[in-house]
Design a protein around this ligand. Structure first.
Ligand code: NAD
Length: 273
């Protein structure tokens, strides 16, 4: 539908089995794009890592290159972009999806430790900056044209108690998106930020564990977060990764060539701008 055949996309934070990055990578592959998929090193954490995502992309008949890199380390990011262009010759689409896990940052500001605040900004904001800078340099050098899609959040449009570090990072991603969109418009490179509502990825397990009050276990907290969201969403269900992946595929396409600096919300009508 969106005809991305011949395009190459780089998606960061793409290893989670239920994650948004994997869903976006597969959706772009379904549209015909070849993929560079990124995440932290293969041995970190217990979640299934990039090889499974690579196999899924290849099963769709597309090529996939896994690159392990920390998006908040400039040297690793620059090496990732160099590896991607060495393999495919170009990057047409960048999706800045990697996000720090929800954890000790989900507390009131008066209890928020500096390290917890810094980690969220480091991955969500600095990672978006470094990947955008490296890929934009490449896109400009090869004569312009391209798509940068940042994953913000509805928490990048509305403050949420105990989410101050996360909200700060996701509001900042939207500001960064608008500035970069203005800078890159002369080169016909569009820059947009998608703002999803709560999605039941692995991340919300971490979030539930961090937010559970004393005496409430994480699974009970997770259930109540989902029940509360379901009760409030006008369209009557949770946001699915596919809803966000569809928006990413559209923004990556030629049909979205005249849309830049925007921050579409994908949350079933829970938050209206
Ligand atoms: P997730 O935790 O499953 O995915 C994030 C991925 O980023 C993980 O695979 C993780 O290993 C990777 N990552 C973390 N630090 C990294 C680093 N320094 N370098 C490279 N990779 C790194 O979470 P998700 O729910 O799939 O979230 C994806 C994005 O969507 C995040 O930016 C998140 O803030 C955003 N988002 C999620 C929700 C939700 O409810 N799940 C809602 C709105 C926005």
């Amino acid at each position: 539908m969106y005809h991305l055949k011949g395009k190459v996309a780089l998606v960061t934070g793409a290893a989670g089995a239920q994650g948004l990055g994997r869903a976006i990578a597969l959706r772009l592959a379904q549209e015909g794009a070849d993929l560079v998929v990124n995440d932290l090193s293969e041995v970190s954490g217990s979640r299934p890592r990039l090889p499974a995502v690579v196999r899924e992309i290849e099963a769709l008949g597309r090529r996939a290159l896994p690159v392990y890199a920390d998006v908040a380390e400039a040297k690793q990011v620059d090496a990732m972009v160099a590896a991607a262009t060495a393999e495919f010759g170009r990057i047409d689409i960048l999706v800045n999806n990697a996000g720090a896990p929800a954890g000790p940052d989900r507390v009131p500001v008066v209890e928020l430790e500096e390290e917890a605040f810094d980690l969220i900004q480091r991955v969500n904001l600095k990672g978006t900056f470094l990947c955008s800078r490296a890929v934009a340099r490449h896109m400009i050098a090869r004569g312009g044209g391209g798509r940068i899609i940042n994953i913000s959040s509805t928490a990048g449009k509305h403050g949420v108690a105990k989410f101050a570090a996360y909200c700060a990072s996701k509001f900042a991603v939207r500001g960064f998106t608008q500035s970069l969109a203005l800078e890159l418009a002369p080169q016909q490179i569009t820059v947009n930020a998608i703002c999803p509502g709560l999605i039941a990825t692995e991340r919300i397990d971490d979030m539930a564990a961090a937010l559970a009050p004393p005496g409430v276990d994480a699974s009970e907290q997770r259930r109540s977060m989902i029940t509360n969201t379901l009760a409030s969403v006008p369209l009557g269900r949770m946001t699915e990764t596919s809803d966000v992946a569809n928006m990413a595929a559209f923004l990556a396409s030629d049909q979205a060539a005249f849309i830049t600096g925007s921050s579409p919300t994908v949350d079933g009508g829970l938050h209206m701008d």
